[in-house]
Every structure is written in C-alpha cells, then in structure tokens.
Write a new protein. Sequence first.
Length: 148
Amino acid sequence: MPEFTVSRQIDAPIEKVWEVLDDFGDIASWSPGIKTSALTSVGSVGEGTTRSCDFVGIGAVNERIDTYIPNERMAVNLYETFKLPISGAVADFNLASVDGGTELTIHYSYTLNRLGRVAKGTTGRQMKKGINGLGDNLRAASELIAAG
C-alpha cells in the first residue's frame, strides 16, 4: 500500500485548525479541489461520522471518521471511491502546538485499483499533489479564521 506524509507549519492556534477540520461536512468551502461536500450521517461530529465529496472533474468519495481526538487527531477513511484510480485511502491528520502555532502532519495511505495500477507513477504524483494542496488549503483557512 503506497503511503507518504506531508507537514505544514500553521500560524494559528491548534483550536482554530481543529475548528476547520471539525466542520467535517463543509470541506468544500475551503478546499477548491472539492466541488461539493455534505454530511451523510446525523448527530455531532465524531468517530463514525460520514460525508460525501465530489471532486472537481475527477470523481467522488464517501468518507468516515475512524479516529477522533479533539485538537489532536482525526483519521478519515475514504471507504468508497467513484471514478478514481484508488479503491480506498486513509488521511490521518495530526496536530501539535508549536511556538504559538500548529504543526500539521497528514499521513496518507491508499490502495490502487486497476486504473491506478496501470498509471502507478502518475497516480502517486497526483495523490501527493492533492494532499499537499489539502495541507496548503487547511493552513490558509485556519490562518484566516485565526486572523478573525
């Protein structure tokens, strides 16, 4: 299973970064690669919460929070994919307070499907580009909220 890790320093308190992550159904508001997103479960956000996301021009996923530790960690399981080169993935967001800001680490692991195996090198580059963009967008949204 291919995997990689990306990190970002965010000039915002950990609580502001968590505020963005915790608005689980509205990732489309701060991540331009996602056309639409919505919660598909009821109740407060936590382990077991689900959402659907449609990506701009490339497919869709259904996701579930498997680990939820407020202000520390959220592991999101992409358990169902549509028109993507992967059959599943886990995006594990980890937050740590550092010098008045937040260190974000995203560990991403994924399973290639037939399409992904055919285009293995391209798929890996696309996954890294997408998750790096996600980290950049989370940083920008968190810093905007912190600036008030």
